[in-house]
Write a protein that binds this ligand. Sequence first.
Ligand code: SAH
Length: 223
Amino acid sequence: MAGDVNAPSGAGLTSPRLRRQMVERLRARGIRDERVLAAMASVPRHVFVDEALASRAYQDIALPLGFQQTISQPYVVARMLELLSQGRRLRKVLEIGAGSGYQAALLAQLATEVFAVERIEPILAQARENLRSLRLHNLRLKNADGHLGLAEVAPFDGIIAAAATPHVPEAWLEQLAPGGRLVMPKGDAEQFLVVIEHTPDGFVEERHEAVRFVPLLSGLGAR
Ligand code: SAH
């Protein structure tokens, strides 16, 4: 990918050094997957947040995206990527809830092909804008309701959801290739990260840490 073309000149608050410090904090909090850490070190998070918030881009906090949506905190993003990839190179991956495009850009470092859907068109337009300078040729974005997955390009060996639901949409399981993994925040008021793996014996679910995500909503639009 392109280097730091977006680092505003003289902006020490968005420098590669801060990004490396963010990565060291992720390592200290227990993220072990070197490919995930390398991806986090290379993708400039400040490009994906509002300019007014850029100076906070490398703190381990969630930040607002507009339309009551948030870009997840770096630790949770890294943890989900680690649970998804398990040190393997992924082939085809689907992200539900592209938001700012940040996690999609990270996925594009870890997978051969990435598809990301987002239900709010103006958020998607902003994501395209954010992603432009990174020139990622293996990432496709679509304005769609992620409940349906993306049948036209399924099956996926990884599906990652950035919005929470207590019920796993049927389409996600149907579109998971054998050996594939789905990582999602499951629940509503109380949520946990879960991994669902498509094994020869069926779908096996593992529960991980408690999290707090925006809800998976139905249909298109910003309501
Ligand atoms: N991965 C994003 C975080 C996005 S927050 C990032 O890195 O910035 C969750 C996103 O999921 C929001 O943008 C929200 O609009 C979107 N979303 C919620 N329900 C959805 C659905 N059914 N289909 C597609 N996107 C959905």
